[in-house]
Design a protein around this ligand. Structure first.
Ligand SMILES: O=C(O)[C@@H](CO)OP(=O)(O)O
Length: 231
């Protein structure tokens, strides 16, 4: 069984180097081109999909659409969930990563960005960045609306969604693609590959490049590779 994961193409805030999280920024033209190239690479390698999953954030949704267009799979069911959203970056959202490192030090920023269990400084509910103010999160109970997430707490929503919604579909033999985000996908990779809490801090995922897992019957990865168009 094959499972394809793809992080969205370059976003406007990747380009301007801002902490993004749940901020719903668009792809840049470069990011859209990345996504099309990813779709073309999948098409060239004969990938076809039965079901797709993505987040509530347009940079992932649009990336998925470009991939599905290039593989002529626009017709397939697409399931969206906030549980595949990027890690919520709390009160860091909208700040410049370089300026934040100059203010708090590289080490602190590295901990905020890559440690397993350190949450960013949290938002107040009155903050305009609080997701409870957005219509697309109306369905969430207040206890589930994040004020800021560590990778660990991100995993606590990503993995139940994988277990309950995606895994049974993969097990049933469907060809699945998941278009999501750097940290929601790191969480899934950690789980699938049984990566330790320490080692996950060294794992980063490039934007707009399909990551293919070949899984055995127990959904343990037998092989993993990035698919470049040139290959
Ligand atoms: O800003 C973010 O939301 C993420 C992904 O771009 O950044 P980081 O590299 O710190 O995980």
């Amino acid at each position: 069984m094959k499972l394809v994961l793809i992080r969205h193409g370059q976003s406007e805030w990747n380009l301007s180097n801002l902490f993004t999280g749940w901020t719903d920024v668009d792809l840049t033209d470069h990011g859209a081109a990345d996504a099309r190239h990813a779709g073309q690479a999948l098409q060239q390698h004969g990938f076809q999909f039965d079901v797709a999953y993505t987040s509530y954030l347009k940079r992932a949704i649009k990336t998925l659409n470009y991939v599905l267009e290039e593989t002529d799979n626009l017709w397939i069911p697409v399931l969206k969930s906030w549980k595949l959203n990027e890690r919520h970056y709390g009160a860091l959202q909208g700040l410049n990563k370089q300026e934040t490192a100059e203010k708090y030090g590289d080490e602190q920023v590295h901990i905020w960005r890559r440690s397993f269990d350190t949450a960013p400084p949290l938002l107040e509910k009155e903050d305009e960045r609080y997701p409870g103010h957005e219509a697309k999160y109306n369905e969430l109970q207040e206890k589930d609306i994040p004020l800021g997430e560590s990778l660990q707490t991100t995993i606590e929503r990503v993995i139940p969604y994988w277990e309950e919604e995606i895994k049974p579909v993969v097990k049933a033999g469907k060809s699945v693609i998941i278009a999501a985000h750097g940290n929601s996908l790191r969480g899934l990779m950690k789980y699938l590959e049984n990566i330790s809490d320490e080692d996950i801090s060294d794992v980063s995922i490039p934007t707009g490049v399909p990551l293919v897992y070949e899984l055995d019957d127990d959904l343990v990865p037998a092989k993993k590779y990035f698919l470049d168009q040139e290959e």
